[in-house]
Design a protein around this ligand. Sequence first.
Ligand code: GLC
Length: 588
Amino acid sequence: MAIESFPESRLPDPVAAPRPTGPRLVPRPVEGAAFGSDWWQRGVIYQVYPRSFADSTGDGVGDLRGVIDRLDHLNDGTDRSLGVDAIWLSPIYPSPGLDVGYDVSDHATIDPLFGTLDDFDRLIDEAHRRGIRVVLDLVMNHTSSAHPWFLESRAARSGPKADWYIWRDPPRSWSRAQRRRRPNNWVSYFGGPAWTWDETRGQFYLHTFLPEQPDLNWRNPEVRAAMLTMVRGWLDRGVDGFRLDVFNAFFKHPELLSNPRRVIGGRRAYDRQRHHYDKDQPELHEFLAEFRALVDEREGRMTVGELFATEAHRAGEYSAPRHLVFDFHLISQPWRADAFARATAEREAIFGPAGWPTVVLSNHDQSRHASRLSARSRDDAVAKAAAVLLLTLRGTPFLYYGEEIGLRDVPIPRAEIVDPPARRGGPIARRLSPWWNRDQARAPMPWTDAPFGGFSEVRPWLRMAPDAATRNVARQAADPRSVLAAYRRLIWLRRCHPALQVGAWRRLSKASGDVLAYLRSTDDETVLVAVNFGRGPGWFRAEGDPASGGWEPLFGTHEALAPAPEGARVELRPLEAVVLAAGPSSRG
Ligand code: GLC
């Protein structure tokens, strides 16, 4: 499109606030846009993978003090930081580390690898002082097999914890020779059967994931009570919310019926079954009500559930005000306008105008989207255009650490793979399963061009990105064209524009095939977003607010934009994304 001025001038003046030193500083760019107890809806949440964020102790592994040291990057109260409203910490509990922390051996304290409870309290204080909420990952479907509860449970068939896990005898016709007959046909998400024989107890136990991650028996009221006590303890410590790991798998069918097979089987055993009886049981609703009531007793708390391997419509059924549910619609889309348009329309239908979705493009279980969506491209155009989608589609955006600098998957040689499900899987599983190398998306954060990216003074637990010397936070902070600059600006814009936070979503139909154009609107303002997914030119019709005096650019990935009259056809360059606001007369 015709180029005149960079949208810089359209933005509100940056807050000239000093860096926070004293009492906390609430970012307040425009009156009325400060986040209150509805931050879970208006805000932006950032996933910290603590092992890979920042190492303060020089052991090559990230830790809580490292996170504290880097909080100013996340939000220092000015637009010179990212400006996120909350962090979600992947598990920081004691763990043998067989599922890299998702195998918890004590839910009530901190793994010494990451620090102490005092460090945690300091993290909460320092985060809160900056207006950053802290969300903990709760892994409650299973524990580590090293958890004292499991050790006690496996010791004998009687005793207080005997029924805390899911133990079953083999079918009745069992004899020593038939030991391998399992209670049913359920399979583990990490490959192989979901049942492991335990010699001590002389029974099988259930594990949806690794054999070292036995599933808890959620039908036992004592298990539920113990979990709620633990949750209360963290709330008392000041945490602002929880991410619930695989929450829809907590309850299994009471009779543990075998799962039906799929008519058309998938490549992995897990995909060849219809997972009817090992998740999504009606009793989950009862527990969610109890758990959510506990969380809701405290002002301004929230939760987000990881919807695990199930139909997308359940995300709508399980979610409620303050209690979000990840649906992974967008994460599984190819980089095409029609795919994102369809997925967004489906999500809108699932949640309805009153429901509230999340927007997620990357996390610790998936290939990073800068790699996944742009295998062919070495530059950052796709990462920036994807940032526009992430931060302007309807729903609470969840960023995954490193995506704000366009971090890509880091190739890990087979001999260096850490992730146990990948190491165990063998070559066939590696070829067939997306879980084969989650390490690639968990690389240490490159902060500077120092050795080991300023992440640590020693060789980190996982390989650094090969381009860490050039792709790092310090370098991008100094470059107004960087991915980081785009994220900062877009998050700032969200803060300034209620339409981008809570506005209704409507697709604009007049656009070329590779362009997805949509409006976000409240009663008071309308914002238009257009993203060209194509590697050739595209266009859209800037319309949807006839009362407007035209469309004023707020942001563009390609720097130079001009205002457009209502109804104008606007040309976009390859992979260009723009955000425009309806001019003043529409607000009349
Ligand atoms: C969730 C976590 C994943 C973990 C699994 C088992 O899917 O995101 O990292 O391996 O649960 O806890």
